[in-house]
Unconditional design. Structure first.
Length: 357
C-alpha cells in the first residue's frame, strides 16, 4: 500500500452547488473538488502520492509532454448503487491497458494496486459528486505525462500521474438517441506498428480534423477505415463499433494492433456470448456493412466505450452515400441495459466485474 498525503480543501463546494452540478452533469465540463497526483523519477520510482484540492498545475515550459506529446490516459466511471455505495468497473483491465499504453509510449508502468488505490483515494474525498440518475456516473480520468524539462527526444526521466473526476451524463448530450457517423475518407487514425492500440492523447488530437468534418456534415462521430485492408472498419474517433445481424451474430473489428482494446468492448463480447449470440471478431469492410444494411442482414450498429456506454448508430454518411439502420435496436438496447444494470447494481454481477470504491 502506498501512503497518500491528503491535503484538505480550504473551500469545498457546498452540497447545494454539487446537487446543482449533478442535476445536469453534461460530459467533461465540471470537475470535483480533488485530484490525485503521484510523481515518478527514473532514480526514485513512484513517490509523493497526494490527494489534494483540484486546481491548476505548474509545468516547466520545456516539459517534454508539451513538445512531444508523451501522454497516456484511461477513461473509467464510478457508479452509485441504490444503497448509496459506489463501484467502479473492471479497474484491473484499465490498469493493464494503461500499462500497455505506457510501454508503447516509453512512459513508466504503474503498479496495479497503486492505480486502483488512486481511484479509491479520490473517491474517499469526492463521493458526493457521483450522480445517481439513469445513465449517469462520475467519469474518472487517470493519466500520465512526461514532465522533464528537456528538448532532446528521449523518454522522460520525470513523469507525473494524475486522476481527475467529472460528473457525466450522456456523452452525446440529452436523451439517448441513434447517432449519425461520418466516414473519414481523407484521414486514417492508425497504421500497423503505430500507436493505434495505445490510449495516448495524440491519437485523439489526430482525429480532431476528421471530427470537424463530421460535425460540419451534421454527424456526431467519425468512423476511421483501414485502407490497407479493403477499407475495413477500425473504430470511431473515441469508441469501438459493433454490428448485429438478423441471424443472431454480433460482429466487431478484431484487435489488429491499430484499434483500442476497449474494456466496454470486451464486456459486451462476454454479455453477447452469455445471451447465446455468436460473436465474430474479424475484419469487416465498409462494403460488407453497406451491403448488409441494404439487404437487411445487418440490422443494428452501435458505438461503445466507457464514455459512450452503448449508443445506437442510426446512419453512416460516406460522401454522398448513406448507410442507415432503422430497426428497433433490440439487441443493442438489451446489451446496454444489461451492462448499465451490472454497473449500477441492478443486475447481478455474475462475472465479478465490480470493484467497491
Ligand atoms: C472513454 O470512453 O472513456 C474515452 O476515453 C473516450 C474519450 C474520447 C472520451
Amino acid at each position: 500500500m502506498t501512503e497518500f498525503t491528503a491535503i484538505e480543501h480550504p473551500n469545498p463546494t457546498p452540497q447545494e452547488k454539487i446537487t446543482e452540478a449533478l442535476a445536469n452533469p453534461g460530459f467533461g465540463t465540471q470537475f470535483t473538488d480533488h485530484m490525485v497526483t503521484v510523481e515518478w523519477t527514473e532514480d526514485g520510482g513512484w513517490q509523493n502520492a497526494k490527494v489534494e484540492p483540484y486546481g491548476p498545475i505548474s509545468l516547466d515550459p520545456a516539459a517534454s509532454v508539451l513538445h512531444y506529446a508523451s501522454e497516456i490516459f484511461e477513461g473509467m466511471k464510478a457508479y452509485r448503487h441504490s444503497d448509496g455505495s459506489i463501484y467502479t468497473f473492471r479497474p484491473e483491465q484499465n490498469a493493464a491497458r494503461f500499462n500497455r499504453s505506457a510501454k508503447r509510449m516509453a512512459l513508466p508502468e504503474i503498479p496495479e494496486d497503486l492505480f486502483v488505490q488512486s481511484l479509491e483515494q479520490l473517491l474517499a474525498k469526492d463521493k458526493a459528486w457521483v450522480p445517481g440518475g439513469e445513465g449517469e456516473s462520475l467519469y474518472l480520468r487517470p493519466y500520465s505525462f512526461a514532465t522533464e524539462a528537456f528538448l532532446g527526444v528521449r523518454p522522460s526521466k520525470e513523469v507525473r500521474y494524475m486522476v481527475i473526476a467529472s460528473p457525466a451524463g450522456n456523452f452525446f448530450g440529452g436523451e439517448l438517441k441513434p447517432v449519425k457517423i461520418w466516414v473519414s475518407r481523407d484521414y486514417v487514425r492508425a497504421a500497423p506498428g503505430g500507436t493505434g492500440a495505445a490510449k495516448t492523447g495524440g491519437n485523439y488530437a489526430g482525429s480532431l480534423v476528421a471530427q470537424e468534418q463530421a460535425a460540419a456534415n451534421g454527424c456526431q462521430q467519425v468512423l476511421f477505415l483501414d485502407p490497407l485492408h479493403e477499407n475495413s472498419v477500425e473504430e470511431l474517433g473515441g469508441m469501438n463499433v459493433f454490428l448485429v445481424t438478423n441471424d443472431g451474430r454480433v460482429l466487431t473489428p478484431e484487435l489488429t494492433g491499430t484499434i483500442l482494446e476497449g474494456v466496454t468492448r470486451s464486456a459486451l463480447i462476454q454479455l453477447a456470448k452469455d445471451r447465446g449470440l455468436t460473436v465474430e471478431e474479424r475484419r469487416i469492410t465498409l462494403d460488407e456493412w453497406a451491403a448488409g444494411a441494404a439487404d437487411g442482414t445487418i440490422t443494428e450498429a452501435f458505438a461503445c466505450g466507457t464514455a459512450a456506454a452503448v449508443t445506437p448508430i442510426g446512419e453512416l454518411l460516406d460522401g454522398d452515400k448513406t448507410i442507415s439502420h432503422t430497426g428497433d435496436y433490440s439487441t443493442t438496447l438489451a446489451l446496454r441495459e444489461e451492462l448499465l444494470g451490472i454497473q449500477t447494481g441492478k443486475v447481478e454481477d455474475r462475472h465479478g466485474w465490480l470493484h467497491k470504491l
